[in-house]
Design a binder for this molecule. Structure first.
Ligand SMILES: NC(=O)c1ccc[n+]([C@@H]2O[C@H](COP(=O)([O-])OP(=O)(O)OC[C@H]3O[C@@H](n4cnc5c(N)ncnc54)[C@H](O)[C@@H]3O)[C@@H](O)[C@H]2O)c1
Length: 519
């Protein structure tokens, strides 16, 4: 409220030749009552329900400029609907600016308080996590009305490049948007502007990705007034190391980045994990933007906030949960991605369909395996991960389902001394989990056959060459095994996957034997 959204919305609509709607006015007209009257007669919940219905209704329409009530984007479902049907821009200013604009009139039921300034500040604090999840932000205190209108028009035209915008809700600390589309990297500057960051932004990338996309990212940032600098590290898993962590700290210090600076991770999962962990710890934490450039990073590692580095003793032994400010997945970057890397991402994509998108699994089952990596496909897959991490942002339980195929997968990676790719290992692991589930009468053999077909058609491995005894020993020693007891994620049905199963070791060995290549 008080940020000028109705005035700005009207002017923007005029400039674009579109119809303008203010959701508060629509509700008042339809109900024949003012909002204060609705609050008084029926309570806030009744009003929010009207808002929710209107949000759904308007999402079916096109060619509108809509000013929403300030409470509408607080509801995560409303946010999802708004993001998927248009470009969402938050106008903001300070609590004192808001108060000086709205005054103390009775038409603002939420401001009925003895200290309105305190009340506005409190409301903003409560709502900030939801507002932070909106993709574009415009500070209305630093511009006059015309300036705000121009900025909104600029954003609206640039945002056409984003095909899919999702929103991840994180309790307490705030949510973040995930924009997926061909060319979205050029939106980076627009999306970072007005988020309260200082000018120095570090772009971390690797020696393969830098030459391809760094120029685009730096120019998008410079155009919007940032003073970016880049830190390039050698491509490959070996860079997720304490030495590269140290190098990045030094690079950030040399670049004079302070606490309100931001780190942009431009690359695959290695860059996302390393740059993310550096951002989580540099000066006790600075903002992080994930710009994934591999399929695996787009559908998996860039979302959920897990970051970390490896130690000589093992992978991912040091880490932190660091939620990004935003995720920009530019599908145009996937064009030159080596096929082996595409397959690695496909393993996670297929895993997501088993966990939470049966319809997409069926489509994959019926396809000939030649898939185009469209924003829609990536969005469907990452949506499953988003749903799971929203239920369990700090990995206390439900998130374990994402480890489907990983119990056997990790053991295969270890036994192969990491010569077997992670995606292939997870693929064989999923087949093993499927067969164990079927042998325990949890799911049908048809489902497991379908899973094998989909994985094999993508070119992923579904058999291994290792001794089941060796694999079982590695599994028992894994950091995720509790007291030597190996836990599996098992499949009851497509979309119905359960973590925490302790499986009879003899059955595990039998299934691993069945899947051994020589059989
Ligand atoms: N944080 C998480 O939740 C999470 C989840 C899964 C995996 N991971 C981690 O992700 C890492 C694996 O990620 P990855 O498979 O993306 O590996 P990667 O980052 O090493 O990228 C793979 C290779 O592709 C190159 N590359 C990246 N983008 C490219 C592009 N657009 N065109 C051409 N080449 C490109 C890279 O330089 C690299 O050589 C592992 O370290 C794993 O632990 C993290």
């Amino acid at each position: 409220m008080g940020t000028g959204k109705t005035t700005v919305g009207r002017l923007v609509a005029e400039r674009l030749g579109l119809k303008f709607l203010d959701t508060d006015i629509v509700i008042e007209e339809r109900q024949g009552k003012t909002i204060p009257e609705l609050f008084q007669l029926h309570g806030e919940a009744y009003f929010r329900d009207l808002e929710r219905r209107l949000c759904r209704e308007l999402s079916e329409e096109r060619g509108l400029v809509i000013a929403t009530g300030g409470g509408m984007p607080i509801d995560p479902d409303n946010r999802k609907i708004l993001n998927s049907s248009g470009t969402v821009i938050r106008l903001w200013c300070s609590p004192s600016d808001i108060l000086s604009r709205v005054g103390l009139g009775e038409h603002r039921p939420l401001l009925n308080a003895s200290d309105p300034l305190d009340r506005v500040s409190q409301l903003l604090r409560e709502r900030e996590p939801s507002y932070a999840a909106l993709p574009f932000q415009v500070n209305t205190a630093t511009r006059d009305i015309d300036g705000v209108v121009e900025r909104v028009l600029e954003i609206a035209s640039a945002a056409n490049r984003s095909k899919e915008t999702l929103s991840v809700g994180v309790p307490r600390t705030g949510g973040y948007p995930v924009c997926i589309g061909d060319g979205v990297l050029s939106l980076l500057g627009d999306m970072l502007r007005d988020r309260g960051l200082t000018a120095r932004v570090a772009v971390v990338t690797d020696t393969n990705v830098g030459p391809l996309f760094l120029g685009k990212v730096l120019s998008s940032l410079s155009t919007e007034g940032f003073v970016p600098f880049s830190c390039e590290i050698p491509a490959g898993e070996q860079s997720k190391s304490p030495a590269q962590l140290q190098y990045l700290y030094e690079c950030f210090l040399d670049g004079r980045m302070d606490r309100r600076g931001a780190v942009v991770a431009l690359g695959g999962g290695v860059i996302g994990d390393l740059a993310g962990y550096t951002a989580a710890t540099y000066m006790r934490g600075v903002a992080l933007v994930q710009c994934p450039t591999t399929l695996l990073a787009m559908v998996d590692s860039s979302v959920g906030g897990k970051t970390g580095i490896d130690l000589p003793q093992g992978k991912n032994l040091v880490g932190a949960i660091k939620q990004p400010l935003l995720v920009l997945a530019d599908t145009g970057t996937l064009v030159g991605l080596p096929q082996a890397q595409v397959r690695m991402g496909m393993a996670e994509l297929i895993k997501h369909t088993v966990i939470g998108d049966p319809e997409l699994f069926r489509q994959l089952e019926q396809s000939d395996g030649r898939l185009s990596l469209t924003p829609e496909l990536i969005s469907r897959s990452v949506s499953v991960k988003i749903r799971v991490v929203e239920e369990d942002p700090y990995e206390f339980g439900r998130r374990e389902v994402l480890n489907l195929g990983h119990t056997v997968g990790h053991a295969l990676e270890k036994c192969s001394r990491y010569s077997m790719g992670h995606g292939d290992a997870v693929s064989v692991g999923m087949v093993a989990a499927g067969r164990i589930s079927q042998r325990m009468c949890l799911c049908s053999s048809g489902l497991v056959d379908g899973l094998e077909t989909v994985l094999a058609r993508t070119g992923l491995m579904i058999r291994h060459t290792y001794n089941p005894e060796d694999l079982a020993a590695v599994m028992a020693a894994d950091k995720k095994a509790v007291g030597g007891k190996v836990r599996f994620v098992l499949i009851r049905d497509l979309g119905l996957v359960e973590p925490g199963w302790e499986v009879n070791p003899n059955l595990v060995r039998e299934v691993l034997e069945e899947l051994r290549e020589s059989h």
